[in-house]
Ligand binder design. Structure first.
Ligand SMILES: Nc1nc2c(c(=O)[nH]1)N[C@H]1C(S)=C(S)[C@@H](COP(=O)(O)OP(=O)(O)OC[C@H]3O[C@@H](n4cnc5c(=O)[nH]c(N)nc54)[C@H](O)[C@@H]3O)O[C@H]1N2
Ligand SMILES: Nc1nc2c(c(=O)[nH]1)N[C@H]1C(S)=C(S)[C@@H](COP(=O)(O)OP(=O)(O)OC[C@H]3O[C@@H](n4cnc5c(=O)[nH]c(N)nc54)[C@H](O)[C@@H]3O)O[C@H]1N2
Ligand code: SF4
Ligand SMILES: [Mo]
Length: 901
């Protein structure tokens, strides 16, 4: 056995940026724990971070470059030299024939700073195009506009410590309990230590985050600007504003004061669908608090008025002078682990490195000078939605996609898939070959992933950490920066023959040292840092310049903002409703967002069965009244349609969603849910300034799917291989939902339905792949009814089940399998399997609430019914004692089930 070692690194999921300690033997990752020394998490991890080592099944990894030599042909494996040589030929030829703007790069907030910098230099300096955009366009770009317009630079002024220090916290359009769990733990602890701390949550849904709120404002979707203006109206009326601050440090207040006259309490409350009393309460909590902090996320940013929402919220801080001091300020939570680094290095089409703008001639000249090229392109680059539209209509002829899965995550998927089919040359630089986008790759480049690559990331509080590699990348996979620089050097031979290379880097540290000089003298100046210094001093918050040699906790403490005259600006924009409104044809508003244990398109989290324990499949949540109205029951399949597409999905009753609204998690794409996934329904309409699409509000209708023939498959073992083999066979089903189940014995789980039974041949193929064609298999066949059932028993234990035609026994068999017990009642049931299976009445599928200790909802409910409180449950069952991600949900169950004393 090899000796185990520990490497300190950073979690690759959300923007909290937790430090992790990776235990490994130099070849394999063995375990992960929270780094007690990292200031972002002080040793805590959430359910996703704590299971990192259990994800990333090698069977799902991209291991070799693969090249398709003609549309319609299969890709074949190749070596790096051939792969990148071919890419350089095609890019070179396309640029020569159609100009630099005929190629584009679509990159990701999950790359490391050094990867971004290489991509930016490649696109802007070498190729001379601004067609380089990232998935941050779907994520943080409204916040970027908000900060720049109101404060002069894209710099979040706060620190995590403000969560403890603040007297009043506003959480707007953020489900922190799921999406930034370690910060939420911090908030829970702070509230427990100081119950006088007031917390307001603004969210149309009653999420787990609301459990901590003193006040939850369940506003009508998209009405945040009206709400913020309405609050300011009251602040002015009550004289809860800081006139001295406004006078000394801001511009534009008179216009805003005028505008908010239109937002009187009664009118605002009506627009927002809340009570006037709640509106007044919110204003008084904010207006009278000694310190006021706001945190927000996609509920504000992903909107056609995302920029206005951001500025309207910042207005409240400027009007009350609650910025630039401890416990106060506007604090956007960044989604992806290095969305901040992307913004710093200029990884949106309109930006340049060092918080510069591509449409600013002075900025272009500074960067061109530093890079030693004549000039940078002045043509505006395309933003994500525009970029894929240009691909679809032929303007862009070669696209390079890295570390993002647009064929799952972009709105209006039908058009995205059309674009990827139409594009003459698609390069996909990916760690997992399983994603929806990889299907379209003419060239697939295998990327090293978490635990295997090195560089830096910046988290939500501007803190730069060193991401370290623990083990070598598998197969031929290489680090992203290395792939980019290798390609760039080949392209240079065509575009800059004879000149010295711009890409002669041999390590991420070297790239960092070149890049950091572009921050010199800028608001974010971190020219004083290096990889080595971060290793010595620990992670640091920018600015960190050569002179001060220390990090910065709070910005704007002197009341000087990053604008030309040093004053912050009040932005006055009226409330505009969301683009799509409910009407007779589309009477429900679809909201989309995150689940606790899944990450985006699930390329990584979707390889760990444990992470499906909390939510097993894609479900459309509706208020119970809406289910009644449509005569629907939990689990019924419906056809969900928007103006753009249709999906078949099971529904679930959910009191957290208000009547007239629906919620669908964003995670399921075409791989796990047939029909191009959640985003086949969403709309591409975007904010005019940030160009961020409105992913949170699209109108839909539902109708019963009426699919009589059903299929259920559960098969233990080799889950990735079986997934890949079985998924392509399922295209003919009207409904298909796939997932994993189990912990120590992972199994593949499949539910499908159709109007008619498929060919017997198809079932035979599935049976063969599931080991249900021979061996110890019990079966029942009723061809006249198109019903057929098979169960495989190995040593008396169920290892595979396939029910087709009718699947009433599926939950019973599922629990029998989960129990791992010998299945004695099976043969009796199989004699007459259409009759109600034993225990079927109560056998609705259970779920795992506590993922760390593996405690199911049913055990927790039974405990609550016996009178146990949270502490008793923790002690008796162990639930909630590790990462704590399940605690809000347990509290909610206690509130709904506990027998009043
Ligand atoms: N578990 C998990 N965590 C993640 C991620 C993940 O995939 N999984 N992804 C990371 C990334 S990239 C991001 S961007 C963040 C996102 O983090 P969040 O933004 O917190 O998560 P979402 O669930 O997308 O949306 C937040 C909330 O916005 C609400 N909302 C919808 N419409 C409106 C509205 O009009 N106004 C208001 N005020 N609220 C509204 C939704 O009901 C939802 O509860 O999460 C990060 N963390
Ligand atoms: N309906 C709806 N749609 C949404 C959202 C929503 O709330 N609702 N949210 C939007 C938001 S905020 C975001 S951020 C996007 C996220 O959308 P995507 O960017 O598509 O999300 P991921 O699935 O995280 O894609 C990252 C990809 O990078 C791969 N990868 C992992 N590590 C590496 C690596 O080191 N190198 C390389 N080259 N590849 C790697 C992963 O396998 C994965 O396929 O989705 C957006 N789409
Ligand atoms: S909160 Fe969870 S997902 Fe986010 S960085 Fe920390 S451990 Fe990772
Ligand atoms: Mo995001």
């Amino acid at each position: 056995m090899k000796p185990t070692q520990t490497t300190a690194s950073i979690c690759c999921y959300c923007g909290v940026g937790c430090g992790v300690l990776i235990e490994h033997d130099g070849e394999q990752l063995l375990d992960v724990s929270g780094d007690p020394k990292h200031p972002a998490n002080l040793g805590r991890l959430c359910s996703k971070g704590a299971t990192l080592h259990k994800t990333g099944d090698l069977a799902a990894r991209a291991l070799d470059p693969e090249l398709r030599l003609g549309k319609g042909l299969a890709r074949s494996r190749t070596d790096w030299d051939t792969a990148l040589g071919h890419a350089a030929d095609i890019f070179g030829r396309t640029i020569a024939e159609h100009g630099p703007d005929s190629v584009a790069f679509y990159i990701s907030g999950q790359l490391l700073t050094e990867d971004y910098y290489s991509f930016n230099k490649l696109a802007r300096a070498l190729i001379s195009t601004n067609n380089i955009d990232s998935n941050s366009r779907l994520c943080m770009s409204s916040a970027v506009v908000g900060y720049k317009r109101s404060l002069g630079a894209d710099s979040p002024p706060c620190s995590y410590e403000d969560i403890e220090q603040s007297d009043c916290l506003l959480i707007a359009g953020s489900n922190m309990a799921y999406a930034h769990p370690v910060l939420f733990r911090r908030l829970e602890a702070a509230k427990a230590a100081n119950p006088a701390k007031r917390i307001i949550v603004i969210d149309p849904r009653r999420t787990d985050t609301c459990d901590i709120a003193d006040l939850h404002l369940a506003i009508e979707p998209g009405t945040d600007v009206a709400l913020f203006h309405g609050i300011l109206h009251i602040l002015l009326q009550q004289n809860w504003v800081d006139h001295a601050f406004i006078q000394a440090h801001t511009d534009g207040f008179a216009d805003l004061a005028q505008l908010v006259q239109d937002y009187a309490p009664a009118h605002t409350a009506k627009l927002c669908g809340i009570s006037e009393a709640d509106l007044n309460l919110a204003a008084s909590l904010i207006g009278t608090a000694p310190s006021f902090l706001s945190m927000w996320c996609m509920g504000l940013n992903q909107s056609t008025s995302g920029s206005a929402k951001n500025s309207a919220l910042i207005n409240l801080h400027l009007a009350t002078g609650q910025i630039g001091k401890v416990g106060s300020g506007p604090f956007s939570l960044t989604g992806q682990p290095n969305a901040m680094g992307g913004r710093e290095t200029g990884s949106l089409s309109n930006l340049l490195p060092g918080h510069r703008d591509a449409d600013n001639a002075g900025h272009r000249a500074e960067v061109a000078d530093y890079w030693g090229v004549d000039s940078l392109p002045a043509n505006a680059g395309l933003s994500a939605v525009e970029l894929f539209e240009a691909v679809r209509t032929g303007g862009i002829k070669a696209i390079w996609i890295a570390c993002t899965n647009p064929a799952q995550s972009m709105p209006n998927q039908t058009l995205i898939h059309e674009a990827l089919v139409a594009c003459p040359f698609v390069v996909v630089q990916e760690a997992f070959f399983t994603t929806e986008t990889c299907r379209y790759a003419d060239l697939l480049l295998p990327a090293a992933s978490w635990g295997e690559k090195e560089g830096t990331v910046t988290n939500s509080e501007r803190r730069i950490s060193h991401v370290r590699s623990a083990v070598p990348a598998p197969g031929q996979a290489r680090a992203d920066w290395a792939i980019v620089c290798d390609f760039a050097r080949r392209l240079e031979r065509q575009l800059r023959p004879g000149l010295p290379s711009l890409f002669g880097f041999s390590s991420p540290a070297e790239i960092f040292d070149e890049y950091k000089q572009l921050t010199t003298g800028r608001d974010l100046d971190y020219s004083g840092l290096s990889h080595q210094l971060i290793d010595e001093l620990g992670p640091q918050q920018w600015p960190f310049n050569v002179k001060t040699q220390q990090g910065t906790q709070h910005l704007y403490t002197d009341g000087k903002f990053a604008t030309d005259n040093g004053n912050a600006l009040f932005v006055s924009e009226p409330y505009q409703p969301a683009r799509e409104r409910r009407d007779v044809r589309y009477p429900l508003i679809l909201n989309t967002g995150r689940l606790r244990d899944q990450w985006h398109g699930m390329s990584r989290t979707g390889t760990a069965a444990q992470l499906f324990g909390h939510v097993e499949q894609a479900l459309l949540s509706l208020h119970p009244d809406d289910l009644d109205k449509h005569d629907l029951h939990d689990g019924d399949l419906v056809r969900v349609s928007s103006r753009r597409g249709e999906l078949v999905l099971p529904v679930q009753a959910d009191e957290q969603v208000r009547p007239g609204q629906a919620f669908l998690p964003m995670h399921w794409g075409d791989r796990f849910l047939k029909g191009l996934g959640c985003n086949v329904l969403t709309q591409p309409a975007f904010d005019p300034l940030s160009k961020q699409p409105e992913l949170k509000q699209s109108c839909i209708n539902i109708r019963p799917a009426e699919l009589q023939w059903e299929l259920f498959l559960l098969v233990e073992g080799k889950v990735q291989e079986r997934f890949e083999a079985i998924r392509p066979l399922c295209e003919g089903f009207d409904y298909l939902g796939m997932g994993l189940i189990g912990r120590d014995r992972p199994a593949l789980l499949l539910r499908a339905a159709s109007i008619q039974a498929p060919d017997a041949e198809l079932l035979a193929q599935i049976d063969a792949l599931a080991g249900l064609d021979s061996g110890p298999v019990l079966s029942y066949e009723d061809p006249a009814m198109a019903v057929s059932k098979r169960v495989r028993l190995d040593q008396q234990r169920i290892t595979a089940v396939r029910l087709s035609g009718e699947t009433a026994a599926r939950n019973w068999l599922r629990s029998l399998w989960l129990s791992g017990e010998p299945a004695s009642e099976l043969s009796r049931w199989l004699l007459a399997p259409i009759s109600t299976p034993p225990g079927a009445a109560s056998a609705c599928a259970d779920k795992t609430l506590c993922n760390c200790i593996d405690v199911s909802q049913s055990r927790i409910c039974a405990g609550i019914e016996r009178g146990l409180n949270l502490d008793d449950l923790k002690q008796e069952l162990g639930c909630g004692t590790q990462c704590g991600s399940c605690v809000p949900e347990i509290k909610r169950l206690i509130a709904s089930l506990a027998v009043p004393a």
